[in-house]
Design a protein around this ligand. Sequence first.
Ligand code: MCN
Ligand code: CUM
Length: 787
Amino acid sequence: MTAVEEHGAPMGFGPMHRKEDARFIRGRGTYIDDVQLPGMLHGAVLRSPLAHARIVSIDTRAAEAHPKVRAVITGQTLDGLGLAWMPTLSYDTQAVLATDKVRFQGQEVAFVIAEDRYAARDALALIDVEYEPLPAVVDALKALDPDAPVIRDDKDGKSDNRIFDWESGDKARTDEVFAQADVVVEQDLLYPRVHPAPLETCGAVADMNPATGKLTVWETSQAPHAHRTVYAMVAGLPEQKIRVISPDIGGGFGNKVPIYPGYVCAVVGSIVTGKPVKWVEDRAENLMSTSFARDYHMRGGIASTKDGKILGVRVEVIADHGAFNGTAQPTKFPAGFFHVFTGSYDLRAAHCHVTGVYTNKAPGGVAYACSFRVTEAVYLVERMVDLLARELDVDPGELRMKNLLRPEQFPYTCATGWEYDSGDYPAALQLAMDIAGYPELRAEQQRRRERGELMGIGISFFTEAVGAGPRKHMDILGLGMADGAEVRVHPTGKAVVRISVQTQGQGHETTFAQIVSDQLGISPDDIEVVHGDTDQTPFGLGTYGSRSTPVSGAAVAVAAQRVRERAKVVASAMLEVSPDDLEWESGRWFVRGDPEAGRTIGEIALAAHSTLELPEGVEGHLDASCVYNPPNLTFPFGAYICVVDVDGETGKVAVRRLVAVDDCGVRINPMIVEGQVHGGLAEGVGMALMQVMAFDEEGNNLGGSFMDYLLPTSVECPSWELGATVTPSPHHPIGAKGVGESATVGSPAAVVNAVLDALKPYGVRHADMPLTPAAVWRAMQGRPLRT
Ligand code: MCN
Ligand code: CUM
């Protein structure tokens, strides 16, 4: 029997089945496509077949003549409304519908609104677009060649494909450390373009009420409040007349952070037709046009003494951002949080330089549980540490143990300026090694190698920076990254908590109730979590970068603490004692020294709404709110060990084991945390072994279906082996750190390190993800087996 079956819902923290699953497993969720409104029309997007072409003409007459078509919108229509271009979350502009050129295959060109979805789709074929093809920029490394075609000639004075140059760390000092080091290892590494591929694709239902002027938009959004504000700013609609509702979301993984042209078209479509308009993309549209992840071309370097003290890390990056810079990350960090590539080690110096470039591919870059590009950072440093171990001929576990930050070094300021809040890294690595049985694994590997079998053991140690973020350092489009929360206890002692963040499967309806439960002693079953509706929740920037627990979770904890303090005053009036004489135990204030004399939160709630006379200045009722501005990010960490077997004949990799020790501080719901880790490990196996969003030379997308873009299933995944350490965050009100992306961040390096460890007898130093059978087989060719 599990703890949950034994105890039911816990008070406060502990394993508890997700409250929302009651509707999900019964098929009673409400996703975008479940939203049905009277008189609703349906939209479909015409997309560019070419990666780069000038638009000569668009003829929509035949489509407009279709008996079921109500309207056809083109870039020209939008231009008249000043809406042909919209701002991205990175201060760039993106075409809503193309006017001058198309810049990637799958780009939005026209929008048809019809009486049903089938007619809308049929009518797309009736639109005649004449294109003048242009050469496409597909290889990011060639985007800055002098003869490369300029993709963004819409931007005044733009004469190349450079988006930004950004650096962090001390270059001079790093060069000096490298010059004096005994050992320097360098390597080119590609973190390929991948896609988050949520099971529910993106979509919207827009309803502009012509009588009230109120616009309601149901959409797949991880950040409803931020979207509403952007709509208000861009379209000039009054913000109080816009309501954004994110109903149940079938997976987000960062894919549902941006505002997509389809949402805007649905809104314009509703304004034009006076009817609600639904737009839901299909799988190919999702894979080809919505936010991708990674696409980082890195040249890494690591320097150490001859006995393996790591001194410095440096990296040069070409970052492929696609045709529009549509990444979403705090303004001051054009490369996201990539510069935590200093990892978990005590370095003397570090430096990175990132050049962002435009290419003729879909826009995006920050998605797929990326922790604002900490994924790329961890992959870089953990591959470099393994390459260094190879160079020094030492065990990669030993090398890490020797260089990990020690507990007494926290809070620790890393070489690029981040202040890590807390950690016990050696304990986490040791626990992972104990679970894995590391020495025995190495002995087994030795025996197998002698028999010519390819077994590999890979380690990865990661530090993440999550919980964006402190207002003084972080904003998106000028909006500070604080989050509001409101807690209200009803007269009967049941409660409601309103939050600004938006679950896409992370279980917020359960864990946020648990946070309130922990503070007030009300059962989580009696606490309703309201989210995903801008008319019903306080402002905040939404869910991504694993920020919900670090920021919004903190807001909820503080608001609940404020309710408890208010309850204390009410209890003091009820008991006719001074508040100073009261003590709290779960769910109850009582008189110090007289435990019998007390009032439960339920009794206090009723009294707070009654005619009880309250002290001067206390207004009655039992509620409180908080806007939480985090003092720092939280820094979860973990140690992962992967064991693989590689088939020397075919190159096929089988993941035999994956041990994951995560430390996300205090765990609100360990069962949900484990679920998050399970999902992330599967994603890591997927990226390491099978996923890539590839393009041919003309910029044709080769990953437009699940036959081409592969998702890992239970067949490719082992039974995960999890462990935990708990190092509370010192600055978070309940000591919690984020965890939603940890396993996706940490696991790819473990899997890749394991495969390359297996290929060591062939002398293979490095191979880029995805390590498909073909890629592994190719890496082994022409190399003699040395046992
Ligand atoms: N949690 C906990 N104790 C902690 C930390 C977290 O119990 N110490 C719980 C939280 O209360 C929450 C869940 O774990 O229920 C994840 O919390 P957190 O780490 O705060 O992350 P977010 O809720 O902000 O989720 C975002 C994160 C991101 S950015 C991606 S991408 C991702 C991920 O979550 N997308 C997901 N996990 C996902 N899981 C599902 N099922 N679907 C997605 O789209
Ligand atoms: Cu970077 S994917 Mo998540 O932050 O939504």
